[in-house]
Design a protein around this ligand. Structure first.
Ligand code: 13P
Length: 276
């Protein structure tokens, strides 16, 4: 079975409710009839409900940017899985480096005050992944190394460790159905996307880790996106790599034209190649 590439837009802390609805209304006509690719938008929590309405009967799916692992309770400021399902989410981003307290600018990445701002760890990422799966939400679990880790030659070890810890106690069948995103921290929001061959290489390392831990079916099924300064200019080179099953797009997903172009690129690649 060929893996269907996925293009997801992570809007982060951007757009009012009205602006979010307008962005969806600008996007939909630009991707009408575009096939072979799954599209997801992840607006801020305040706009989830309205965006779900604006998506209407389109094939574009709704995703949240984070969640807590408990269903309900005295957890001020948080959202649980039933709330995300209630507003129509199918996906949820988990373990984004901005939640793990790892910020994009290399010069800030090791400052103590920048670390642990939101406190996600491999252990809490694992609890969130399992909670999402229990509720039928599909996790988009992010992994990626910081610049000092890359410079120390520890990239493969870091991403493999994040995969094993984040997916601990998840069944191979469930792993086959989730989405992973390789997002090198130094490439996020910097305009410095990872070299395409290197992004493909690390994605292969991630897939091998999944194969070694969960078996061949999980490795063949799991979709692994690349994220980090993806634009309409570099999308083709990145998404056409054999291991890369789409993109998790930040800044460029806030522009309907550019996001639509990335989706179209992925659609053409999907029609011309079969990744499995
Ligand atoms: P940018 O595309 O803005 O670099 O953000 C990537 C990202 O963090 C997506 O989750």
């Amino acid at each position: 079975m060929a893996r269907i590439p996925m293009i997801a837009g992570n809007w982060k802390m951007n757009r009012t409710v009205g602006e979010a609805a307008s962005l969806v209304k600008e996007l939909l006509p630009r991707i009408q009839g575009v096939g072979g690719v799954e599209v997801v938008v992840c607006p801020p929590a305040t706009a989830l409900h309205v965006v779900q309405g604006a998506l209407g009967g389109s094939d574009v799916a709704l995703g949240a940017q984070d969640m807590f692992w408990a269903d309900w309770g005295a957890f001020t400021g948080l959202l649980g899985p039933p709330m995300l399902l209630d507003v129509g989410c199918r996906y949820v981003i988990i373990g984004h480096s901005e939640r793990r307290g790892r910020f994009g600018k290399p010069d800030e990445s090791l400052k103590p005050e920048a670390a642990r701002v939101f406190g996600d760890t491999d252990a809490s990422v694992n609890l969130k992944v399992k909670a999402a799966l229990r509720h039928g939400l599909v996790p988009i679990m992010c992994v990626g190394e910081m610049l000092p880790e890359r410079e120390d030659g520890r990239t493969d070890e870091v991403v493999s460790g994040q995969i094993r810890a984040g997916l601990a106690d998840v069944s191979p069948e469930a792993v086959a159905g989730i989405v992973l995103a390789y997002e090198p921290v130094w490439a996020i929001g910097t305009g410095m996307a990872c070299d395409t061959l290197e992004a493909n290489r690390v994605t292969a390392v991630i897939r091998k880790t999944v194969r070694d831990t969960f078996g061949a079916d999980a490795a063949e099924g799991v979709r692994i996106q690349y994220g980090g300064s993806v634009t309409d200019q570099n999308a083709h080179d990145l998404i056409s790599q054999p291991e890369i099953d789409g993109a998790l797009v930040g800044g460029a997903s806030l522009d309907a034209c550019r996001f639509a172009q990335i989706i179209q690129v992925a659609s053409v690649i999907a029609k011309n190649t079969r990744k499995s």
